[in-house]
Design a protein around this ligand. Structure first.
Ligand code: DGL
Length: 262
């Protein structure tokens, strides 16, 4: 049993889509969320920089007493999680594009993957993709520009819809039946995606699976909090904390977000 918090980080506000699932599944766990928004987007940065930023975020969460780290960013997971696991002795949970579930669900054997350049070009992503999609057509599209729009509070704007329509065009031409959201920011685009995609296209993201894995690893390491309290989550951002506050409070909640220099 451990009262220590679960630490969660992302390049910005997107990882709150994972935080929500963790908070829902593990309400007695304290969570600390770190948005490295000043460095967003990670997706077009060199691998070495993504690694440095992931180490910096981990150091901050560990200095706040975290017992387990959730890398709520596909780009950081696919480029840095092996190094993080090798260096620190706390458990790490990562998030990767849900290729396997999409491959299993697709009937047309044609799926789309929307992710950052950093994720799509990573060795970990290629390995997983090769394993599950050898008999399928996979249309990979870099979501360039989407993270910036979400980070600036414009996720529901006309600009975002226009960009998405452009990005999804090659997938629509090929008639995908599953769209994998390979970036933790993209679940916030689901209302707009639903306007663009035919009804039969399934949208798949990894949030719930990450929450289940977090619970399983806490259990395995005997790190679950046995108290029946409902500890308040803490949110920190190093740029525009109001954007993070608007995202997490969209369902009439009143969570506080603090500015933190890290
Ligand atoms: N949320 C990050 C991911 O899942 C966004 C990447 C970025 O900052 O470009 O990949």
């Amino acid at each position: 049993m451990s009262f220590h918090p679960i630490g969660i980080f992302d390049s910005g506000v997107g990882g709150t889509s994972i935080w929500k699932e963790i908070h829902l599944l593990l309400p007695h766990e304290k969570t600390i969320y770190l948005a490295d928004s000043i460095n967003a987007p990670y997706g077009e940065k060199p691998v070495e920089v993504i690694k440095q930023l992931s180490f910096k975020n981990t150091d901050k969460l560990l200095s706040l007493g975290c017992k387990l780290i959730v890398v709520a960013c596909n780009t950081a997971t696919t480029n840095a999680i092996q190094d993080l696991r090798a260096f620190y002795n706390v458990p790490f949970i990562g998030i990767e594009p849900a290729i396997k579930p999409a491959a299993l669900r697709s009937r047309s054997k044609t799926i789309g993957i929307l992710a950052t350049k950093g994720t799509l070009s990573s060795a970990l992503f290629s390995k997983t993709s090769e394993l599950y999609t050898h008999n399928m057509e996979v249309i990979e599209v870099e979501g360039n520009g989407l993270v910036e729009l979400i980070e600036s509070g414009r996720k529901d704007s006309v600009e975002t819809e226009e960009l998405l329509r452009r990005l999804l065009k090659p997938m629509l031409i090929k008639k995908i039946d599953c769209l994998v959201l390979g970036c933790s920011h993209y679940p916030y685009l689901i209302p707009t995606l639903k306007k663009i995609l035919p009804q039969e296209v399934q949208i798949i993201d990894s949030g719930e699976a990450v929450a289940r894995q977090t619970k399983a690893i806490l259990e395995k390491n005997k790190l679950l909090n046995s108290s029946l309290d409902f500890p308040a989550p803490e949110f920190f951002s190093n740029k525009n904390p109001e954007v993070l506050a608007a995202i997490i409070n969209s369902e009439a909640k009143n969570y506080q977000v603090s500015y933190l220099d890290f």
